[in-house]
Structure formats: structure tokens, C-alpha cells
Design a protein around this ligand. Structure first.
Ligand SMILES: [Zn+2]
Length: 102
């Protein structure tokens, strides 16, 4: 594993698995249709394992309960923290190797 290889621009964190594969954390967004027809774009942090192709998505948005309504708050750092936790745990147990590119 050569850690001097340049990271893709969109990679925010990277974990090396016990098997030598990589778990990458990236930010992304996706459009969701809503009932009013306007729709909304929600951001997330995505953790992807290059060994076994496992992926887990952590939304940047959380619902905060107010007195009379639910508020949506964007908290990318909390999502990153959760994604890092998942990546750390996955990297320490995943034994899958990435398929060599020919
Ligand atoms: Zn894996």
C-alpha cells in the first residue's frame, strides 16, 4: 500500500482495512421528490469499501423535535463522525481483497 498515491479530490477520509483494501469517505447529494412537487437535495457522507463493496450512507440532516413541529438541521460533521466510526469498525474486520485491475 503506497500512501503517497494522491487521493481523489472528493475523498474526505480514508481507512486501510486489515486485508489491504480501502474504505473511502466521500460527500454526496441526492435529489428526493417531496409531496409538494418541489423536491429537495439532501447531502450525505458515504463510506465505501473497495474490498467487499459494502457501503453505508450517513445523512447530513437530522430531525430535531421542537414544541410544535419537526425541524431539519444540517450537521455534516456529525455525519462524518458516524461515517468514520463505521469505516473504522469495518476496516478492522473486513477481510475482502479488491479485485486486481488488469
Ligand atoms: Zn469491506
Amino acid at each position: 500500500m503506497d500512501s503517497s498515491i494522491a487521493w481523489p479530490n472528493d475523498v474526505v477520509a480514508r481507512y486501510l482495512t486489515v486485508a489491504g483494501a480501502i474504505v473511502d469517505l466521500t460527500h454526496g447529494d441526492r435529489y428526493y421528490p417531496t409531496d409538494d412537487g418541489i423536491g429537495e437535495t439532501r447531502n450525505h457522507t458515504l463510506a465505501t469499501c473497495t474490498g467487499c463493496r459494502a457501503a453505508e450512507e450517513f445523512s447530513h440532516w437530522r430531525v430535531v423535535k421542537r414544541m410544535t413541529f419537526d425541524d431539519k438541521v444540517r450537521d455534516p460533521e456529525a455525519a462524518d463522525r458516524e461515517a468514520c466510526k463505521w469505516a473504522q469498525a469495518h476496516a478492522s474486520e473486513c477481510r475482502a481483497l479488491p479485485r486486481p485491475t488488469v
